[in-house]
Write a protein that binds this ligand. Structure first.
Ligand code: DX5
Ligand code: ZN
Length: 224
């Protein structure tokens, strides 16, 4: 099967100690560590919460070797997304609901050297976006309403995962299928079964006594 990717979300980490929090999920002698470090950027407009922005991401890039997966929950991604790619983020994802021309934003992200991701809120159907997914490297399916960590998983979004998995497996598209929200020991198996490649987990990783151990436990569950 697929090798599951795990992307711990630093939204649930201690923002005063981000370097140490990144290191806690990094590789060690006995484990591969997180594949991506998921960074939730919120602007208090697209979502009712405010987190961090480009200066923190620039500092984090110097503080860790883990590739950064920037999830932009912001308005006007056409203006604000490409600088995250220029700074050195590995993957830059923005919301389909935030722009009229997702493909143009994806083009600018890719031109700046990052992978481009499109994110869909739980209520946003996949149908209207199938035609443009060739412009993207990642499809991030939200399994909670974006804005906060620690919310309950919405299983209905797995229909979108199954649909996109079929298309990717048929060879029509190359995409990393990512899921974000409420992923933990109780929910990761159903998400894996539906066809997710990359699992974001915030509270399940940083709420654990050893975040590094939690990453490998989630990966083992997703692979089972
Ligand atoms: C929510 C964020 C998520 C959040 C997930 O808007 O996009 O990345 O950190 O947190 P958990 O895993 O606790 O649901
Ligand atoms: Zn996120």
């Amino acid at each position: 099967g697929r090798t599951p990717m795990i992307a711990p979300s630093i939204l649930s980490a201690d923002f005063a100690h981000l370097a140490a929090e990144a290191a806690a999920v990094g590789s060690a002698e006995d484990r591969p560590g997180a594949d991506w470090l998921h960074v939730d950027v919120m602007d208090a407009h697209f979502v009712p919460n405010l987190t961090l922005g480009l200066p923190v991401v620039e500092s984090l890039l110097k503080a860790t070797d883990i590739p950064l997966d920037c999830h932009l929950m912001i308005e006007d991604p056409g203006t604000w997304a490409p600088p995250y790619a220029e700074a050195g983020a590995a993957n830059v994802t923005f919301h389909a609901e935030a722009t009229d021309d997702p493909s143009a934003v994806a083009r600018d992200i890719r031109a700046a050297g990052a992978a481009a991701g499109l994110s869909l809120k739980p209520g946003t159907p996949l149908d209207g976006y199938l035609e443009i997914l060739r412009d993207f490297d990642t499809l991030l399916i939200m399994s909670v309403e974006p804005g906060f960590g620690g919310q309950k998983f919405i299983p209905e979004v797995l229909d979108k995962v199954r649909a996109i998995r079929k298309i990717v497996d048929s060879g029509q598209l190359r995409l990393t299928v990512e899921i974000d929200g409420g992923i933990n020991a109780d929910t990761i198996e159903q998400a894996a079964e539906a066809g997710v490649d990359c699992f974001v987990a915030g509270s399940a990783v940083y709420g654990a006594s050893d975040p590094g151990v939690a990453v490998e436990a989630l990966r083992a569950q997703a692979a089972a």
